[in-house]
Ligand binder design. Structure first.
Ligand code: F0G
Length: 353
């Protein structure tokens, strides 16, 4: 049967009534890919929930389809968000689909190229502020409180509702809830959404257990781990360069209730994991996404897991979002040679050496 998107598929679990438009770009239904080599190496049953295959290339589509459908239902004409890039791409796409205006506020100079291109081509009004994501979100909150504009950041509860569907899919694809769910933490909406989803599926008898939630911030933006907001967050993973997460409390609750933890990973660990999953498993995710696998590698070294346990790492965004980091990471220009068979064969030998 033709897959009709999240709102149609999970109607019974979502705040949908007869006036809610069943907006869709066929988001969700993303693959759960087993990490064959890493599972062997780590003695784990390790999977990637590859959210980079959503229509705009990140998990944000799940929350955005719900938030925009509700905005349409309520007669809103304009939506607005602050974003490190992916939220703005998703907002712009669903606004285009639903005939709404879209305004996005981004931190100048700290957004990946692909994300900026998306927001623009989908026709959003893109404004870059001389400030970071946290400041952008403050401004968006102020403006949307005063004007008839719908806020579509994850402080909008419909975003969390849409995003919780990823937890349902993980349970259905694995045939059970995993022992651990590893996830990057930025503004902390997604860990909040997954935990809500796992609990609801459990309550409805669709899964018999609950996972331990393990969330990972970037070291230079690890406000939750450090216990205080960070005024000038820094990390190569611009997606999660956030110093004062809006869903801080619910993220801590998810970790505590599930007996998991919130931890951090360094930029070096992120880049290492980013390369490993591409080169070893054939899965290209953006740097922010790789925080989940970097965190699993870090905890594995500390003996945190038992042999054979199931671990699902959420890979939140597609690697193509941030081509600059990929190119800078491999640190080589392609070898340019003459257009002859001999020259190409010689180049192959050189590259093998
Ligand atoms: N991974 C990616 C690729 C993201 O874009 C984000 C957040 C996260 C992880 C963290 O998720 O905020 O729910 O904890 N990106 C937001 C944005 C902030 O504006 O696109 P979170």
């Amino acid at each position: 049967m033709r897959y009709m998107g999240l709102l149609e598929t999970y109607k019974e679990y979502l705040p949908i009534n007869e006036n809610t438009p069943l907006l869709t770009l066929h988001e969700g239904n993303t693959p759960l890919i087993r990490a064959e080599k890493l599972s062997d190496e780590l003695d784990l049953d390790l999977y990637f929930k590859y959210e980079g295959l959503n229509p705009t290339g990140s998990f944000k589509d799940r929350g955005m389809v719900m938030a925009v459908a509700k905005a349409m239902e309520e007669g809103s004409r304009t939506i607005m968000c602050a974003s490190t890039g992916n939220t703005s791409a998703a907002a712009a796409a669903y606004a285009a689909r639903g005939n709404l205006n879209c305004i996005v506020l981004i931190p100048n100079g700290n957004i990946a190229l692909g994300k900026m291109a998306q927001a623009m081509i989908y026709g959003a009004k893109v404004i870059a502020i001389e400030g970071n994501f946290d400041r952008a979100l403050e401004i968006v909150r102020e403006i949307t409180a005063k004007h008839p504009i719908t806020l579509v950041n994850s402080v909008n509860p419909y975003r969390i509702e849409g995003q919780k569907t990823a937890a349902f899919e993980v349970c259905d694809q694995l045939g059970k809830a995993p022992d651990y769910l590893a996830i990057p933490v930025g503004n902390a909406g997604n860990i909040t959404a997954y935990w809500k989803g796992f609990k609801e599926y459990h309550e409805r008898g669709k899964s018999s257990t609950l996972p331990k939630m393990i969330g990972f911030e970037a070291e230079g933006a690890a406000a939750i781990v450090k216990g205080e907001p960070i005024e000038f967050p820094e990390t190569i993973a611009t997606a999660i360069r956030i110093g004062n997460p809006a869903s801080w409390k619910t993220a801590v609750a998810a970790a505590e209730e599930s007996k998991g933890q919130i931890n951090y990973v360094t930029d070096e660990e992120i880049l290492h994991a980013y390369r490993e999953i591409a080169a070893k498993e054939g899965v290209f995710a953006e740097p922010g996404s790789a925080a989940s696998i970097a965190g699993v590698l870090k905890l594995h070294k500390q003996g945190y897991f038992s042999k054979g346990q199931s671990v699902v790492c959420v890979l939140t965004g597609n690697g193509l979002k941030d081509p600059n980091v990929a190119i800078n990471t491999v640190a080589t220009e392609p070898l340019v040679v003459q257009d002859t068979e001999e020259a190409v064969m010689e180049a192959i030998r050189k590259l093998e050496a």
